[in-house]
Design a protein around this ligand. Structure first.
Ligand SMILES: Nc1nc2c(ncn2[C@@H]2O[C@H](COP(=O)(O)OP(=O)(O)OP(=O)(O)O)[C@@H](O)[C@H]2O)c(=O)[nH]1
Ligand SMILES: [Mg+2]
Length: 236
C-alpha cells in the first residue's frame, strides 16, 4: 500500500505540512519580513514626485501679469482689464505630462511704479522670474521704465548674492502687434524688443542669463509652453 502521508493536495494540507516543519517564531519572522518588504515597496512606488518652486511675474501696467497668474491656475483668458494693487496668490500646482510643480504662495503686484519696492521681498534664491513686456506699449517712458525695473532685479540678485534665479522675458500682446503689423513675425518682434531695450548694456557686477519669448496669453499653446518652462526649471 502506498504512503500518502507527505503528498499534499490542498492548501490546508500544505499549511499543515509547513506547520509541522517550521516553528511558530520562524513563521512570525518570515511574516514580519514580508510585511516590511511590502511597506518599503509601497513607500518607494508612491513617493511624491512634486517639487516646489517660487515664481514671480513682474512688469509694467497692463503687461499681462494677472492674466498669466490666472492662466497658470487654469482659468480661461479674460479680455477685461482690472488694475491690480496687490493680490495674494495662494499656493497652487502646475501639472504637465507626469510632472507636478507646487507654486508657492506669493503676490500678484500691480504694474504701478510704487509696487517696484515689492521686488525686494519677492525675489529670493531659486525664484523663477517671468518679466512681461507688452509688445504694443508705446508710452514715452516705457523703455526707460523697463530698463530701470530690470536694473532693480539685477541689483537684488547681486546684493543678495543669489546664484540660482531663472529669468525669462515674455513679450506679451504679440498677437495684437501682429494683427497691426501683418508683415512681422514673432522672431522679428523679439529682435525689435531686444534692440529697443538693449538690456545687455545695463551695468551689473554679475550678469543674469535671460531669454526672450514672444507670446499671446490668450493662446493655450503659449500658456502650455510657459508651464513647461517653469516645470523644466525645476526638473532639469
Ligand atoms: N490680446 C492679448 N491681450 C492680452 C495679453 N495679455 C494680457 N492681455 C490683456 O491685457 C489687459 C491687461 O492684462 P492684465 O493681466 O490685467 O495686466 P497686468 O499686468 O496685471 O496689469 P496691472 O495689474 O495694472 O499691472 C487685459 O485686458 C488682458 O486681457 C496678450 O498676450 N494678448
Ligand atoms: Mg494685474
Amino acid at each position: 500500500m502506498e504512503d500518502y502521508s507527505l503528498v499534499c493536495n490542498s492548501i490546508t494540507d500544505l499549511y499543515e505540512v509547513h506547520y509541522a516543519f517550521a516553528p511558530w517564531w520562524m513563521m512570525a519572522a518570515s511574516l514580519g519580513v514580508s510585511l516590511l518588504w511590502g511597506l518599503k515597496k509601497w513607500l518607494w512606488d508612491t513617493k511624491p514626485t512634486s517639487q516646489t518652486k517660487s515664481v514671480v511675474i513682474l512688469g509694467r501696467k497692463a503687461s499681462g501679469k494677472t492674466t498669466l497668474w490666472n492662466r497658470l491656475r487654469g482659468y480661461n483668458f479674460n479680455k477685461n482689464y482690472v488694475i491690480t494693487a496687490l493680490d495674494k496668490i495662494e499656493q497652487f500646482t502646475i501639472n504637465r505630462d507626469d510632472k507636478q510643480v507646487i507654486i508657492q504662495a506669493t503676490k500678484d503686484i500691480g504694474g504701478d511704479k510704487k509696487w517696484v519696492r515689492e521686488y525686494e521681498e519677492l525675489i529670493k534664491e531659486r525664484t523663477f522670474i517671468l518679466f512681461l513686456v507688452d509688445a504694443t506699449d508705446s508710452c514715452e517712458d516705457a523703455q526707460a521704465d523697463i530698463r530701470a525695473r530690470v536694473q532693480k532685479i539685477l541689483n537684488i540678485v547681486n546684493n543678495n548674492k543669489l546664484d540660482n534665479v531663472g529669468f525669462r522675458i515674455y513679450i506679451t500682446h504679440s498677437d495684437e502687434y501682429l494683427s497691426k503689423n501683418p508683415q512681422t513675425t514673432y522672431a522679428m518682434i523679439i529682435e525689435q524688443i531686444k534692440k529697443w531695450l538693449d538690456l545687455d548694456s545695463i551695468k551689473a557686477p554679475k550678469k543674469v542669463k535671460y531669454e526672450y519669448y514672444a507670446v499671446d496669453l490668450s493662446c493655450d499653446k503659449d500658456i502650455d509652453t510657459i508651464k513647461k518652462e517653469i516645470i523644466d526649471s525645476v526638473y532639469e
